[in-house]
Design a protein around this ligand. Structure first.
Ligand code: ADQ
Length: 459
């Protein structure tokens, strides 16, 4: 059987025997561990005179990394990928900015990846590319003469055409994306938005049906398949981690500190996650439900990410100010309503914390999937489950419709949902939890990986 070659912006820093990480890393690692293969990406190092890195092997996986120059990093990663594409893909028009030289830098780094990867690829390898950093990679690989099957899975949303077209280089991006054989999306909404763009705005397009689904587009003379592959989590692994006591000292301290009930949020510190709106909703909750004072703590865990980008520095400053102001307004000598933790935690701390929380607030303004929502559901004790409050604009809401769905722009609605979650009878909590668990067991991480791989193989 042909070998799997995975390409992503970053290669996870994996060690032999290490517990699996979340998200992309977990999914990719699983796929590679099973059958062996190659993982190619950026080392995370910014160096102007970089030596080619030697390959590393961890078990059956071979890792290849390349360094980026300062200019590459600024234009490709900090610029076009994270300050143009990211906001637009998340419907945040006007938050980022666009510069043609940065787009050229993005194309240049996609070419650089292709040049580094091509000599390593065997003729029958399957190439699975991940995410918005590498929309043009297949086009670059084709320019190197590669004829392998190449697929892209987009972890972020794909926005409505009118939104995507605010990127001045949108036509070139779409043309490059059509050099893939398979384009995978998290939800049907994202896939349909892509098809909609192609139908209306690209030349020479025909949509064909496969098995009753409008999946294939023939565009610019090539056949491009599209599909929906919602990413999942390892349900049983998360539950097992959630049940492991963290360590006795930590557990005792946690219990002592959490005599009140806990509403939990866990996110990368990113404006797309809706943290500002969520803080405002919690303030509204405190103002409108005074009976809950002293009884509830809202804990927001949000480690800084991409902190060399202005918009990320701004959201961080805003949240620090808001957390202080809200606590200043409502705290008592023996009660602090909002706890804001600006750092990440290992999974063996995070999963038990999920299990402790009576409610989890996952309210992104837009999100490809959101694995925190799924991890929270998986971590719950089925007899005494907590309540998931979920944004209707997270990809996860397509599957987890038994959550309390909210509009992240509706502060009053979110405040009501918090109150409802805290007073929900156990029968209703169990019913909702079971319904969500059932979907998650069907749409597992294994299924995500196997379906994408099989469709790419058949492409
Ligand atoms: P992210 O935007 O990073 O991922 P998400 O899916 O919520 O978002 O989280 C990924 C992982 O990071 C989760 O496993 C979570 O446990 C972990 N994590 C998040 N915050 C953490 C914290 N504070 N401390 C420790 N761990 C933390 C992108 C897309 C998502 C999509 C994923 C996977 O933006 O929409 O779900 O890829 O496809």
């Amino acid at each position: 059987m042909s070998r799997l070659v995975v390409v992503s912006n970053r290669v996870a820093p994996i060690q032999e025997g290490e517990a699996t990480a979340g998200g992309l890393a977990a999914g990719v690692l699983d796929a590679l561990k099973q059958k062996g293969g190659l993982w190619f990406g950026w080392s995370g190092e910014v160096k102007d005179a970089s030596e080619p890195q030697p390959e590393r092997t961890v078990g059956p996986i071979t890792l290849f990394t390349i360094d980026l120059s300062r200019k590459d990093y600024d234009q490709y990663y900090r610029g076009f990928a994270n300050d143009t594409l990211w906001p637009v893909l998340h419907y945040q028009i006007g938050l980022g900015h666009f510069e043609w030289p940065e787009f050229e830098g993005y194309r240049r780094v996609n070419d650089l990846f292709a040049a580094g990867l091509t000599p390593l690829v065997r003729p029958d390898d399957l190439i699975w590319v991940h995410d918005y950093h590498l929309l043009c990679l297949a086009d670059s690989l084709r320019a190197q003469g590669l004829t392998n099957r190449i697929g892209l899975f987009l972890h972020t949303p794909f926005p409505a055409p009118g939104v995507f077209m605010t990127i001045p280089s949108h036509a070139e991006l779409i043309r490059a994306m059509c050099a893939y054989d398979l384009l995978g999306f998290q939800t049907e909404i994202d896939r349909a938005a892509f098809i909609d763009y192609v139908l209306r705005h690209a030349d020479g397009v025909r949509v064909e049906t496969e098995g009753g689904r409008k999946g294939i587009v023939s565009v610019f003379g090539r056949i491009v398949r599209t599909g929906v592959y919602p990413i999942g989590v390892h349900v049983d692994e998360v539950r097992a981690q959630a049940e492991t006591p963290i360590n006795r000292r930590q557990a005792t301290r946690m219990r002592a500190n959490l005599l009140e009930r806990l509403i939990l949020s866990v996110d990368r510190l990113d404006y797309s996650k809706g943290l500002r709106q969520r803080f405002a909703a919690f303030e509204r909750f405190l103002a409108e439900f005074p009976a809950q004072h002293g009884l509830v703590t809202f804990m927001q865990i949000a480690p800084p990410s991409r902190s060399d980008i202005e918009t990320y520095q701004r959201i961080r400053r805003e949240l620090e100010g808001e957390a202080g102001r809200i606590n200043g307004r409502f705290a008592e000598v023996d009660w602090v309503p909002l706890r804001y933790l600006n750092r990440g935690f290992p999974r063996n701390v995070l999963m038990p914390l999920y299990a402790e929380a009576q409610a989890c607030l996952v309210t992104p303004l837009r999100d490809g999937m959101n694995l925190v929502a799924k991890e929270y559901v998986a971590a719950q004790d089925p007899e005494e489950p907590g309540v998931l409050i979920l944004s209707e604009f997270a990809g996860a809401a397509r599957e987890l419709d038994a959550a309390l769905l909210v509009n992240p722009y509706d502060e009053a609605g979110m405040a009501r949902a918090m109150n409802r979650a805290l007073s929900m009878p156990v029968e209703e909590r169990q019913e909702r939890h079971q319904a969500m668990l059932k979907v998650m067991r069907t749409n597992s991480l294994e299924r995500w990986r196997d379906r994408f791989e099989a469709d790419l193989r058949g492409a």
